[in-house]
Structure formats: structure tokens, C-alpha cells
Design a protein around this ligand. Structure first.
Ligand SMILES: Cc1ncc(COP(=O)(O)O)c(C=O)c1O
Length: 392
């Protein structure tokens, strides 16, 4: 029997503290304007950076995937075999990333849960940025390696820690988000690569929010820093800029071989569907053909951020299209989101535990699907609510 009173008390506390999640009903495909709970609103909440989630070419490809290979794989890859397109997508992703090989997972979350424990274990160490994503934290815990956190983005502090700790462990790995999803800042990859060399560590970056966004035609963070061959693992997700669902790990042929033997989501959970795989192959093709959408995304982000800063908002330390609008108090952030929605703008308040207590914010996700007039509308509504709630 579930201890009903305990759970009810916990849920009540969450509501009182402004920490209770309410999942909205989306009544349309993803895009600049969407139907949320029956109302047409400007969408500033999704990770649909390039508009691929409802792109005609991806939709066509997904349908072809179903026609060619059916609705689902009906099996774990290592038990019933690979359908051809999964391997094809792995090859395309590796080439896109400038890596030797890539291994496909069911999601970015699964990619971290599978890859980290395949590479380190008890007696090893993980040096982890203190603001790393939940899936890195969970993957690290599953590995049973010692987790040693370092201050956010602080390579100097990490070096001090490495000097003291590295000698106590067999294998070691430095792990970081590439783009931090709640702040939009970027990991100092060159410094981390130097430290990985100097202290004999593997280097692991989760590029979930860099893919399709950073680097040439959205090739991601390793391309952005020109670090090909110096990063052991580059995790990607196919559910943000790629607009579909799935994840992968890119790196050496050896990495791929190890993961295909040891990564548990690959050994014990079914493969992504043919529709997902075909749609993702089309996304890679579009990015290889042109950087038009990536450029539009960055133009939009620059335009919106400059206007919001001029209006007096604190946008934190973002270096990417992820735009946090800092509020502080959790209840004010929830109120902000509610008032924006009344004004036909869908932007989510992000609070603890996703970000630290007292650092609640509105998280604005800019997309290439937005037109300038959409961003002007957003600015107008943010300014009105910001003044009403005393944020600006
Ligand atoms: C840094 C990071 N890694 C992994 C994930 C999980 O990706 P997916 O949605 O594909 O499971 C996210 C998504 O929020 C993320 O921000």
C-alpha cells in the first residue's frame, strides 16, 4: 500500500512552495504559435530550435520510415538485430560530428545513463560540473564511481581538485554539459581538454543544447571549439534541435564497440522506431545542405536578447539562444508565467529543483520558427508583466 498521507503532504508542500508541476495540453504541432490548453499562444517554451519538429521533409521521411520498416522495432538491438536505418543514422551522425563512430540510444537521457557506467566504475572517479544535467548525475550515480563536483565552469578550481584527487583513482573522467540548459552558458572545453590530457582523464561532453545550434551548420560543441579527436565522448540528443526523439554517443570506434557490449539501455531496451530514425536522417541532410536555419536562430536570439536587456531584464550569463529571464522568487516566477499566458505568451517558469532555490527564472527558448514580429510581441508582453510585478 502506498503511504497516502505522506505523499499527499509532500504534494501539498510542493504546491505551497510554488514547486508543483502542471503539464499543459498541447493541441497542435510544435511551431512559433501553438495551441496550449485550447488557446493560441506564442511558443517560447520548446527546444524546437530549428523548426524540425514539424518540418515537412522530416514528416515525409518519418512516413517513409514506417512504410519501409513498420511502426516499431519490436526488439532490443542486440537480441533481434539491427534494422538497417539505425546503423545508417549512426554513420551519418558520426560523419556530421567528425567522429569515427556513433551509437544510437532511445533518448539523450538514456545516452547518459548508458554511456557513463560503461566507461567508469567503482575505484574510478568522475569530475563533474556542479550544474550538470540530471541525466549526467543519474548516470554517474549508476556507475558507482566516486563523484567529485567542481564549481560551475571553473577550470582553475577543477585543476586544484585534480592535483589532489586524481592519484587516488584508477580511471577518471571529466564530465560537463556543453551548453547548460537552464543558463545558456558554455563549458570551457579547450581548458577541460588540456586538463584531461595533463591529468590522464577521459573527457565527456553532453552536447544536448549545442547540436544544431553551435559549430558549422550546427555540428555542435566539439566543432565549435575545433576539438575533434580531443573529446572522448560527445553525447547528443535527437529531441531538441533535431526535433524528433532519441540520443547518441559519438567518439572513437573503440568507444562504440565498448558501448555495444556494455551500455544497458542498448542491451535491455528496444531501439528507436523507423519513423524516428528516418526523420533524424533527414534532419542531418538538411543541416549538411545549408546553414540558413542555424543562422536565423542566432539572428533571432541576438535580436531578442538585445531588446530584453535594453528593457531592463537580467538575462544571466547566456551565450546561446537559451534566454533565462532571472526572477529569483519561485512564486513570482509562477505568477509571471501565468500573466504572460493571459497575454497569449507561453513561457515556462523554472524553479527548484531544476535550478537552485531562490534562482527561479522564466526560460525563453528562441527558435528559427520565430519572426521578428513574434519577438517584438514577446518583448511587449514581458515588459508589461515585468513592470506589473516589479521585476523591472
Ligand atoms: C544536457 C541535457 N542532457 C540530456 C537531456 C535529455 O535529452 P532527451 O530529452 O533526449 O532525453 C537534456 C534534456 O533536457 C539536457 O538538457
Amino acid at each position: 500500500m502506498m503511504p497516502v498521507e505522506d505523499f499527499e503532504r509532500e504534494l501539498k508542500e510542493r504546491k505551497e512552495q510554488g514547486l508543483y508541476n502542471t503539464i499543459r495540453k498541447i493541441g497542435s504541432p510544435q511551431g512559433a504559435w501553438i495551441i496550449v490548453d485550447g488557446k493560441k499562444v506564442l511558443n517560447l517554451s520548446s527546444n524546437n530550435y530549428l523548426g524540425f519538429a514539424n518540418h515537412p521533409r522530416l514528416k515525409e521521411s518519418a512516413k517513409k520510415g514506417i512504410d519501409d520498416y513498420g511502426a516499431g522495432p519490436a526488439a532490443v538491438r542486440t537480441i533481434a538485430g539491427d534494422q538497417l536505418p539505425q546503423e545508417q543514422l549512426e554513420e551519418m551522425l558520426a560523419a556530421f560530428k567528425g567522429a569515427e563512430a556513433a551509437v544510437l540510444y532511445q533518448s539523450g537521457f538514456c545516452a547518459n545513463l548508458g554511456t557513463i557506467p560503461a566507461l567508469v566504475t567503482e575505484g574510478d572517479a568522475i569530475f563533474s560540473d556542479e550544474l550538470n544535467h540530471a541525466s549526467i548525475i543519474d548516470g554517474s550515480r549508476l556507475s558507482r564511481a566516486k563523484i567529485i563536483r567542481y564549481p560551475h565552469l571553473d577550470a582553475e578550481a577543477l585543476e586544484d581538485i585534480l592535483k589532489q584527487e586524481r592519484g587516488n583513482y584508477a580511471k577518471a573522467m571529466i564530465i560537463t554539459d556543453g551548453v547548460f540548459s537552464m543558463d545558456g552558458d558554455i563549458a570551457p572545453m579547450e581548458k577541460l581538454a588540456d586538463l584531461a590530457d595533463k591529468y590522464n582523464c577521459m573527457l565527456y561532453v553532453d552536447d544536448a543544447h549545442g547540436e544544431g545550434v553551435l559549430g558549422k551548420s550546427g555540428r555542435g560543441i566539439v566543432d565549435y571549439f575545433g576539438l575533434q579527436g580531443r573529446v572522448d565522448v560527445e553525447i547528443g540528443t535527437l529531441s531538441k534541435a533535431f526535433g524528433v526523439v532519441g540520443g547518441f554517443a559519438a567518439g572513437s570506434k573503440l568507444l562504440a564497440e565498448v558501448l555495444k557490449q556494455k551500455a544497458r539501455p542498448l542491451l535491455f531496451s528496444s531501439a528507436p522506431t523507423p519513423a524516428d530514425v528516418y526523420a533524424c536522417m533527414e534532419a542531418v541532410k538538411i543541416l549538411q545542405e545549408s546553414d540558413e536555419l542555424v543562422n536565423k536562430l542566432w539572428d533571432n536570439a541576438k535580436y531578442f536578447k538585445e531588446s530584453m536587456s535594453k528593457a531592463g531584464f537580467d538575462l544571466g550569463k547566456s551565450q546561446t539562444p537559451i534566454t533565462p529571464v532571472m526572477i529569483g522568487n519561485e512564486l513570482t516566477a509562477q505568477e509571471f508565467s501565468k500573466k504572460l499566458f493571459e497575454r497569449n505568451v507561453f513561457a515556462q517558469a523554472i524553479s527548484y529543483p531544476t535550478v537552485p532555490k531562490g534562482k527561479a527564472r522564466m526560460r525563453v527558448m528562441i527558435s528559427a520558427t520565430h519572426e521578428k514580429k513574434d519577438l517584438d510581441f514577446a518583448l511587449e508582453q514581458f515588459t508589461a508583466v515585468g513592470k506589473e510585478l516589479g521585476v523591472i
